[in-house]
Design a protein around this ligand. Sequence first.
Ligand code: UDP
Ligand code: MG
Length: 321
Amino acid sequence: MRAVDDACREAPALSVAVPVFNEEEVLPVLAARLRPVLDGCGEPYEVLAVDDGSNDRTPLLLEELRAAWPQLRVVTLRRNSGHQAALTAGLRRARGAYVVSIDADLQDPPEVIPEMLALARTQGLDIVYGVRGDRSTDSGFKRRTAGAYYRLMRRLAGAHVPAQAGDFRLLSRAVVDTLKTLPDQQQIYRLLIPWLGFPSGQVAYRRAERAAGTSKYPLHKMVLLAFDSITGFSAVPLRLATAIGALSSVVCLGFLVWALVVYATGSPLPGWSSLIITMLFFGAVQLFCLGMLGEYVARIHTAVQGRPTYVVARDTGEEER
Ligand code: UDP
Ligand code: MG
């Protein structure tokens, strides 16, 4: 697969990678807005739509669009592998000198792409983040959870993670090639890319509402993303277990001294309920720590198996060669 991925002969100036999962409502709107912007740049480009195992009319629509839009390339994954895996497929297969990743739902405006490209070129930047200046169209819940997520990530993964930067960004060929050297495992790009340390800039934009269709990120996927982000970038939770252990030893020691003093002074010791509460409390703490350990073991398990995060069924860009 590497040989296929690495084959970049006639490299366009720009690749736009779009993960697409059951987006039949939004695809025609996306094409209608994205194409004029890219045609207007006046440079060779390709759009890589990565069909992440859609089971609606998305594959059909992509075929239809492709017939009239020669720059559209469709990469089809065998099964639904998740947003980040679809993004990986897009980044790995993109041939452009610059690669922009953008969601299909038009929450991130394609009109910003030429601005990103110009900024990267004039300032010699390798990364340009699209930063959500205004999220007033997102729900209060989404805003609050996103705010908490970015605060936590800045603490865990370091201050270089730009706040409010999602997966709308421009990368240079150098960054994409560096990403390709990393092992094929679930990557959280919004943390990994800042961590690489390439020179970067930002373009602010207003996050719009989804143009059509519904969110493909239900709560459980958001929770999973948060878990993957934490365990992928920080061993702090593991050390937390050590800290809790140390703290409870001190508390226990305190109780022991107190119990001895009470016993020595001859007053009766209060019994059952305090005992059971303490036992349950420490049982819970132990299970909690074990669970956290389990999260890391599960990730080691997945990494050791070495299965690819996605399998490509078809790449129209390869067929045309
Ligand atoms: N997506 C994907 N695979 C999935 C879930 C989502 O490729 O399993 C794509 C989806 O089509 C969209 C992008 O990832 O282009 C972001 O998803 P969505 O807009 O539903 O997320 P939200 O903006 O609600 O967080
Ligand atoms: Mg969206």
